[in-house]
Design a protein around this ligand. Structure first.
Ligand SMILES: *[C@@H]1O[C@H](CO)[C@@H](O)[C@H](O)[C@H]1NC(C)=O
Ligand SMILES: *[C@@H]1O[C@H](CO)[C@@H](O)[C@H](O)[C@H]1NC(C)=O
Ligand SMILES: *[C@@H]1O[C@H](CO)[C@@H](O)[C@H](O)[C@H]1NC(C)=O
Length: 204
C-alpha cells in the first residue's frame, strides 16, 4: 500500500488532513457521482467550487497507467462525493475521462516543472485555488541536481506561493520509484519536505 503524506500551505485548512490512498479507491464512472463510496462525507469550505491544478512529474500525468487515470481521477471523485464541484486545470489533457486537465510533465526535473508550469502558475484569470505538487522523482531517476533537490523544491514552492498567495498548496512527499538510482537521497528529500512547507506556512 502506497500512501502519500500530504502537507499544506497554509496550515489549518481542511484539506490538509486528507491522506489519499489511490489504489483502494474505485473511480469507475458509476462510482464517481455524488453518491460514490468515497471516504469524503463532508464538503470542504461549505462546498466551495475547487479549481485544482495538479502539478508535477509523471505520477501526476498518469504515465504508463492503466486507463491513464493517475491519482487525479480518484481525488476528483473523492472531493466530488464530499460535495465540492471540482474543475481540474492545467495545460495538458490526459486521461480517459472529461475534466482531465493537469500540469503533469513526464521526465521533468523540479526546475523543469517550474518552467513548464509557469503559464498556469501565473495565469491572471481563473487561476487555481488549490495546487497539488508532487515533484522531484526525475531528479533522482536521472541524477540531475540530486544533492540540491531540496533547495530546488524550496525555489519552486516560493514561486508558487508568490504567484498564488490565496491558493492552498499541497506538497506531497515522493512515492517510491523502482527506477530511482539514489533511494537514500529520496529518503533525505522526503524527510526535508515537511520543513520546507512548515517554515513557509509559519511565515505566511
Ligand atoms: C465502501 O467503502 C468501505 C470502506 O473502504 C468498504 O468497507 C465498503 O465495502 C465499500 N462499499 C461498497 C459498496 O463498495
Ligand atoms: C539544476 O539547478 C539549477 C539551479 O541550481 C537550475 O538552474 C537548473 O535548471 C537545474 N537543472 C535541471 C536539469 O533541473
Ligand atoms: C522504469 O524505466 C523503464 C524504462 O524507461 C520504464 O519502462 C518503467 O515504466 C519505469 N518504471 C518506473 C516505476 O518508473
Amino acid at each position: 500500500m502506497i500512501t502519500s503524506t500530504i502537507l499544506c500551505i497554509p496550515r489549518g485548512l481542511a484539506l490538509c488532513s486528507v491522506q489519499f490512498v489511490p489504489a483502494f479507491m474505485d473511480a469507475s464512472p458509476a462510482k464517481c457521482g455524488p453518491k460514490s463510496n468515497g471516504t469524503a462525507t463532508v464538503p470542504l469550505h461549505q462546498g466551495a467550487p475547487l479549481r485544482i491544478l495538479p502539478l508535477g512529474d509523471s505520477i501526476t500525468f498518469g504515465y504508463d497507467e492503466l486507463s491513464e487515470k493517475s491519482y487525479r481521477r480518484y481525488l476528483k471523485c473523492l472531493l466530488h462525493s464530499g460535495g465540492n464541484p471540482v474543475t481540474l486545470i492545467g495545460s495538458i489533457q490526459h486521461g480517459d475521462w472529461a475534466n482531465n486537465l493537469n500540469d503533469g510533465f513526464n521526465l521533468h526535473t523540479i526546475d523543469q516543472n517550474l518552467e513548464a508550469g509557469t503559464p498556469e502558475l501565473t495565469r491572471k484569470a481563473e487561476g487555481p485555488n488549490i495546487i497539488l505538487l508532487h515533484a522531484g522523482t526525475v531528479n533522482f531517476v536521472l541524477k540531475l541536481n540530486v544533492t540540491n533537490a531540496v533547495s530546488r523544491l524550496s525555489n519552486l514552492v516560493d514561486f508558487i506561493t508568490e504567484h498564488n498567495p490565496a491558493a492552498l498548496l499541497v506538497v506531497a512527499q515522493l512515492i517510491p520509484n523502482a527506477n530511482a538510482t539514489t533511494p537514500s537521497f529520496i529518503n533525505h528529500y522526503n524527510s526535508q519536505v515537511p520543513e520546507v512547507v512548515q517554515s513557509r506556512a509559519q511565515s505566511g
